[in-house]
Write a protein that binds this ligand. Structure first.
Ligand SMILES: NC(=O)c1ccc[n+]([C@@H]2O[C@H](COP(=O)([O-])OP(=O)(O)OC[C@H]3O[C@@H](n4cnc5c(N)ncnc54)[C@H](OP(=O)(O)O)[C@@H]3O)[C@@H](O)[C@H]2O)c1
Length: 424
C-alpha cells in the first residue's frame, strides 16, 4: 500500500506535537492503518525560526503553491490558525483533491459550511476533531458513537484558560487580573487573552458542537456571548455559600421552538459533574434520548493532547484507503496475575482496647513490606475499631501481612478491606 503523504500547514504548538507523534509512533500507526504516514512538506512563515523539535530543513517551506500543486501530497493538515489565509489554503487544497484535517475552530465557525460542502462535492475527507476540546474525542463521539440519539443538550467547559482563572479565583479569592497574569505566566493564556476571556473561543467551539449534535447549522451572530470580565471573588464566595460553583459554560439546547446557543458565566450546583472540572481541564456534558447523560473530560489544549486528536483524524483517512483490519491487537504482552499487581488499601479492623495493640499490627505490616499512609484510632470500648490506609504495596505482600494480622490474639476481626486508587 502506498504511504499516506502529508503536508503540515504550521509547525507551532500543535504542528510540533503532530510531528512528534508521527515520528515516534510511526511503526504502530502504520501497522494500524495498513500504510505508513509520511510527512512530505511543512509550511511555516519563517524558515530560520528555532523549532521545538528537530525538523530536517528540506521539509520546511514558505511556499503554499508548491504544496497544493504537488500531486504526491494526499492530506493537508492545517495547524496554522487564523482565518486568512487558512480558509483560502483549504479551499484550494480541496479543489486539488486533497483530504483535510484542521484544528481551527475560528475558521470552522466562520467558513465551516462552505468548506464542508466543497469537501463533499470533491469527495474528500474533512476532519476537525481537535477544534473542540483539544484531546477529548467528542466530535467523533457525537458523529458516530451517538448517532442513534436525539441529542437535546450539550453543555461544556470548553475554554481551559477561563476555567483556570475561575478555579484560581474561587480557591484563592484572587481577582481576575491576578489570576489572568498567573495564567499568562504559565503559558495557559495568550498575551492578548480577549478571545478566551470574552467568550469568543468558547462560542466558536459551541457552534461546531451544536451543529453536529443537532444536525443543523448554527449562526455565529445568533450565539449569545458573555465572558468572565465581570466576575468577582465576592460572587464566587456567595455562590459557594449557596452551594454553587461558577463556570464559563457553553450551552446549546434543542428546544421545540428552535436551538438556543449561549456562552456565559453560570452557577451550577456543586453536585453537578461539571462543577468538579477545574484548572485548565475541559469537559463536555451531553444528554441524548437513548444514552441519557454522558460526560467527556480531558485536556482541551496543549501540543500533545491536541496532536492526539489531529493524528486520530489523519488515521481515519489512512484507514479509509488502507488495508482494513478488524482486530486492533498488534502485540502479545504479558498479562499480570492479581498477586503481582500493586494497589493501596483501606483496612478496618476490630481489636482489643489494650496498650501496644497498634504497635503489634504496625509491626506485622512492616514485616511484609507494607508501609502505612494513615491510621485512625478513635473511641474506646471492646472491640475498638482501627483504620489503616497503606501506601502502594504488592497484592502478595499485602495478603501475607493480613494473614499475620488475622492470627494476632489482639485482633477480633478484619471487618473490611477496600482498594484505594489515587491519593486524597
Ligand atoms: N495550541 C493549542 O493547544 C490548540 C488547541 C486546540 C486547537 N488549536 C488550534 O490549532 C491551530 C494552531 O495552533 P498553535 O497553537 O499550534 O499555533 P502556533 O503555535 O501559533 O503555530 C502556528 C504555526 O503556523 C505557522 N503559520 C501561521 N500563519 C502562517 C502563514 N500565513 N503562512 C505560513 N505559516 C504560517 C507558523 O509559522 P512560524 O512558526 O514560522 O511563525 C507556526 O509554525 C489553531 O487554529 C488553534 O486554534 C490549538
Amino acid at each position: 500500500m502506498k504511504p499516506l503523504r502529508i503536508a503540515l500547514l504550521g509547525m507551532g504548538t500543535v504542528g510540533s506535537g503532530v510531528y512528534q507523534i508521527i515520528t515516534k509512533h510511526g511503526r504502530e500507526l502504520a501497522q494500524r492503518a495498513g500504510r505508513t504516514l509520511e510527512i512530505r512538506q511543512i509550511l511555516v512563515r519563517d524558515l530560520a525560526k528555532p523549532r521545538p523539535v528537530d525538523i530536517p530543513s528540506h521539509l520546511l517551506t514558505t511556499d503554499f503553491s508548491q504544496i497544493v500543486a504537488d500531486p504526491d501530497i494526499d492530506v493537508i493538515v492545517e495547524v496554522m490558525g487564523g482565518v486568512a489565509p487558512a480558509a483560502e489554503y483549504l479551499r484550494s487544497s480541496i479543489l486539488a483533491g486533497k483530504h483535510i484535517v484542521t484544528a481551527n475552530k475560528e475558521l470552522l465557525a466562520k467558513h465551516g459550511q462552505e468548506l464542508l460542502s466543497l469537501a463533499d462535492e470533491q469527495k474528500v475527507h474533512f476532519h476537525f476533531e481537535a477544534s473542540v476540546g483539544g484531546g477529548i474525542p467528542v466530535i467523533k463521539a457525537l458523529k458516530e458513537s451517538l448517532v442513534a440519539n436525539q441529542v437535546s443538550k450539550v453543555m461544556g467547559i470548553i475554554n481551559g484558560t477561563t476555567n483556570y482563572i475561575l478555579t484560581k479565583m474561587a480557591s484563592e479569592g484572587t481577582h481576575l487580573e491576578t489570576a489572568l497574569t498567573e495564567a499568562q505566566t504559565k503559558g495557559y493564556a495568550e498575551a492578548d487573552p480577549s478571545s478566551d476571556v470574552d467568550g469568543y473561543d468558547a462560542a466558536y467551539k459551541l457552534l461546531i458542537l451544536g451543529s453536529i449534535a443537532f444536525g443543523s447549522r448554527l449562526d455565529l451572530s445568533k450565539v449569545y456571548v458573555e465572558g468572565i470580565r465581570k466576575v468577582t471573588p465576592i460572587d464566587l464566595e456567595y455562590g459557594h455559600q449557596l452551594g454553587y460553583t461558577l463556570k464559563l459554560l457553553a450551552i446549546a439546547k434543542d428546544t421545540p421552538d428552535g436551538i438556543e446557543a449561549r456562552v456565559h458565566p453560570t452557577f451550577i450546583p456543586n453536585q453537578h459533574p461539571l462543577a468538579a472540572v477545574s484548572d485548565v481541564f475541559n469537559a463536555i456534558y451531553i444528554e441524548g434520548d437513548a444514552v441519557g447523560e454522558l460526560m467527556f473530560y480531558g485536556r482541551g489544549a496543549g501540543d500533545m493532547p491536541t496532536a492526539s486528536a489531529v493524528c486520530s483524524d489523519i488515521m481515519d483517512i489512512a484507514r479509509d484507503s488502507g488495508a482494513k483490519k478488524a482486530c486492533s491487537c498488534l502485540y502479545t504482552k504479558n498479562q499480570l496475575a492479581m498477586g503481582s499487581t500493586v494497589s493501596r488499601y483501606y483496612i478496618r479492623i476490630s481489636v482489643l482496647d489494650n496498650p501496644g495493640v497498634l504497635a503489634q499490627i504496625a509491626t506485622a505490616f512492616g514485616r511484609s513490606r507494607v508501609s502505612l499512609h494513615s491510621v485512625i484510632q478513635q473511641g474506646r470500648g471492646e472491640p475498638v475499631p482501627l483504620v489503616f490506609v497503606t501506601h502502594e504495596v504488592s497484592e502478595a505482600d499485602f495478603t501475607q501481612a493480613m494473614d499475620e494480622i488475622r492470627a494476632l490474639e489482639c485482633v477480633f476481626e478484619v471487618d473490611n478491606i477496600i482498594r484505594v486508587e489515587g491519593e486524597a
